[in-house]
Ligand binder design. Structure first.
Ligand SMILES: Cc1ncc(COP(=O)(O)O)c(C=O)c1O
Length: 392
């Protein structure tokens, strides 16, 4: 086990301790489950001959990004320049900003980071979806005097209705605009369908990605016809990776949530071919008040995000089912609605499965890594959330 300098004393002292001694509320990673998820993803990517570049906007940790790279991931995706800077400071040297950046001061940071990563033998890539953004990026690269350049993906909107130009001719125009600049390398297309990830039915996800694949394939053919090389199509997430991987069009998967999973993904109908990713992220909480009608725990929505619904209560072998209801910032209400349920007693420890993993991780400075399971394991490692709050 590597030494962990600079940890707060209480966290330092928790290493090697039994899981029941972890203070509450805390964000805990079941390391065994996480490693099984990594193995499943690595096997899946190998079987489909696609690259995987997990989205680090989810875990926000350089240590985890490096762990994923050691397992075969190409590098890390991020959404924000500050996330890229935080990961680079932690030693990650292959980073893709899968998002549009247009503010000149931020673009200067991008250009400096590209030069820094190139000097470390790594590289930086970024997405664009408009001509003005391309000109500004080229200007910033020139101002930073970077000789190495940057990889640029043109983002097409394949159904999400967020960033991206329409597929087809508008994407070709942008690809040609990128290729005109000496310091910009046209790297291919980003075709991420975010809305499809969370569609509850397997058939509706399959149809949404089939349409995205058709639009991407058509755009790719037009770009090739315009005389440009088409190195890569990148995109996909945990909900639909089965379809992009099988498409023959996508060469890289950006899925991030597969690593930890959450209650939202768990609710959706599973595509049979999807690897059986398991829940690895939990908020540990304890009961601080009990009445005849309900119990109260010490984890409210400052401990977990509620944008995709409330957490569910994980069932360990000794637990009975309980329903979590919103008790505000710092409290959760627990109800025993089913015939097999009984309210927990004062001090009882519970494990919540957050509704949405990404914004939940962003609420915490550290992830507590547990080995040997939640019932009787021990704390093995404290993982720093390096890019917590890295929004710029
Ligand atoms: C551009 C992009 N790629 C990939 C992902 C990863 O999706 P997921 O975490 O659902 O696997 C996201 C998540 O929002 C994203 O915005």
């Amino acid at each position: 086990m590597k030494p962990q300098p600079d940890l707060p004393a209480a966290l330092q002292a928790s290493i090697g301790q039994r899981v029941d001694l972890i203070d509450t509320p805390s964000l805990v990673v079941d390391l065994d489950a996480m490693e099984r998820n990594i193995q499943r993803m690595a096997d899946f990517a190998r079987q489909h001959a696609v690259r995987w570049r997990p989205h680090a906007k989810m875990h926000k940790s350089a240590e985890i990004a490096l762990l994923l790279q050691r397992a075969g991931a190409t590098g890390a995706c991020v959404q924000k320049v500050a996330e890229a800077e935080a990961l680079a400071a932690g030693g990650v040297n292959d980073i893709y900003i899968s998002n549009e950046v247009v503010a000149p001061p931020k673009l200067l940071r991008v250009a400096r980071l590209a030069a820094h990563l190139a000097a470390c033998g790594g590289h930086l890539a970024i997405a664009v979806d408009n001509a003005e953004g391309i000109e500004r990026l080229a200007e910033a690269m020139g101002a930073a005097g970077s000789a190495d350049g940057i990889d640029v993906f043109v983002e097409i909107d394949v159904g999400q209705g967020r960033c991206g130009v329409p597929p087809g001719a508008p994407a070709v125009t942008l690809a040609l605009a990128v290729a005109r600049h000496a310091r910009l390398r046209f790297a291919g297309l980003q075709a991420y369908h975010g809305r499809a990830q969370h569609l509850p039915g397997a058939a509706e996800r399959r149809e949404a990605i089939a349409a995205a694949v058709r639009a991407t394939e058509h755009t790719r053919a037009l770009i090739v016809a315009a005389g440009l090389p088409m190195p890569l199509v990148t995109g996909s997430g945990t909900g639909t990776l089965v379809h992009e991987a099988a498409s023959g069009v996508y060469g890289e998967l950006q899925a991030g949530s597969f690593l930890f999973m959450d209650a939202d993904y768990a609710r959706n109908e599973r595509e049979p071919a999807q690897p059986a990713f398991e829940q690895a992220l939990f908020v540990k909480t304890q009961v601080i008040s009990v009445s005849d009608s309900h119990a109260v725990c010490d984890a409210g929505h400052k401990s977990h995000a509620i944008d995709s619904g409330l957490p569910t209560v994980a069932l360990l072998p000794a637990d009975r089912s309980l329903r979590y209801a919103n008790g505000g910032d710092e409290h959760g209400l627990l109800y025993a609605d089913t015939s097999d349920a009984r309210l927990p007693s004062l001090g009882h420890m519970l494990w919540l499965i957050p509704g949405h993993c990404d914004p939940t991780v962003n609420l915490h400075d550290f992830l507590i890594g547990v080995r040997g399971g939640l019932a009787a394991g021990t704390v093995e490692r404290i993982i720093r959330v390096d890019a917590r709050g890295a929004l710029t």
